[in-house]
Design a protein around this ligand. Structure first.
Ligand SMILES: [Zn+2]
Length: 249
C-alpha cells in the first residue's frame, strides 16, 4: 500500500484542523520513512524480486525495527511526543491523533503485505503475518483507490479555500477557483502519475536506489499537501467566510 496510507491523514485533518497537514502526511508514512533510512544504513534488509507479489516486487527480508507491531506502537508514541513538544496546537487530543496516524500504517500494511510483519516482538525468527492482498490486484486496487480518493474527497468537501488567499477586496474579483485549487489538482495528478508509473515501469533492482526514490515520493507528497493546507481551512472552522459573506453583501 502506498497512497492508501494517506487516508488517515485526510480524515484526521478534518477532525483536528490545528494539526498541520504535512505532519499528518509524514505521520502515516513515518515507519516507511524510517524503513527507507534503515535500509540505506544497513539496519534492515529488503530485496527486489521480480514478481514477488503481483503488485509489488519488494521482499521485506528483515524489518523488525520499523514494521513489527510493537515497534510501530513505539514509533507512534515517539512521534506523538515530538508533536507534543513541537509547539503546534491541539493539546493532548492532537498528540493522540498524531500518534494514531502513525499507528494506522500497520493494519493497512497487514492487509496487503506478504507474511513479513512481526507482532509483539522484534525477534526475526518468530511467526510473521500478512494477508497478502498484493497478490490479488482486483481486490487490492479498489481498496487502495477507495482509501486514498475517498478520504481525499472527504477532506475536500469538508474544507474550503481560505478567503484571505483569494485576495478579495470590494473591487476585485476573486482568483479563479481552479487557481485556488491548484495544489489539490497537482496532488491528484501526482497520485495518478505515480500509480501509472509503478504499474507500467519496473522498479530499480538496487534496493537502496528504490528506497531513496520512495523517500523522495513521501517528501514530495508531504510538500504538496503542505501547500494545499496553506490555502484551505475546514468549513466548520472558517469564521472568516462569515466575514466574507458580510463583505460581499
Ligand atoms: Zn510500511
Amino acid at each position: 500500500m502506498f497512497y492508501g496510507h494517506y487516508c488517515g491523514a485526510w480524515i484526521i485533518k478534518v477532525l483536528e484542523p490545528r494539526i498541520p497537514l504535512w505532519i499528518l502526511m509524514v505521520a502515516v508514512q513515518f515507519v516507511d520513512f524510517l524503513f527507507s533510512l534503515f535500509v540505506l544504513l544497513g539496519i534492515e534488509e529488503v530485496n527486489v524480486v521480480r514478481g514477488f507479489t503481483k503488485v509489488n516486487d519488494l521482499n521485506l527480508v528483515s524489518v523488525p525495527y520499523t514494521h513489527s507491531l510493537i515497534a510501530v506502537i513505539g514509533w507512534s508514541i515517539v512521534y506523538g511526543l515530538l508533536y507534543r513538544y513541537s509547539g503546534y496546537g491541539g493539546g493532548n487530543r492532537a498528540v493522540f491523533l498524531v500518534g494514531l496516524a502513525v499507528l494506522s500504517h500497520w493494519p493497512e500494511d497487514l492487509l496487503v503485505h506478504d507474511k513479513d510483519l512481526l507482532l509483539l516482538t522484534i525477534d526475526d525468527s518468530r511467526s510473521k503475518y500478512g494477508f497478502g492482498l498484493w497478490n490479488y490486484p482486483k481486490v487490492f486496487y479498489p481498496i487502495e483507490i477507495l482509501l486514498f480518493y475517498g478520504s481525499f474527497y472527504y477532506y475536500f468537501v469538508n474544507t474550503e479555500v481560505h478567503p484571505s488567499k483569494l485576495h478579495i477586496t470590494h473591487t476585485t474579483q476573486p482568483t479563479q477557483p481552479c487557481m485556488a485549487n491548484k495544489w489539490a489538482i497537482i496532488l491528484l495528478l501526482d497520485s495518478l502519475g505515480t500509480h501509472f508509473f509503478s504499474e507500467y515501469l519496473d522498479p530499480p533492482k538496487n534496493c537502496k536506489l528504490l528506497v531513496s526514490i520512495m523517500l523522495l515520493l513521501y517528501i514530495k507528497t508531504a510538500y504538496f499537501s503542505h501547500k494545499l493546507d496553506k490555502v484551505r481551512v475546514t468549513r466548520h472552522n472558517n469564521c472568516i467566510s462569515e466575514k466574507l459573506k458580510l463583505l460581499n453583501e
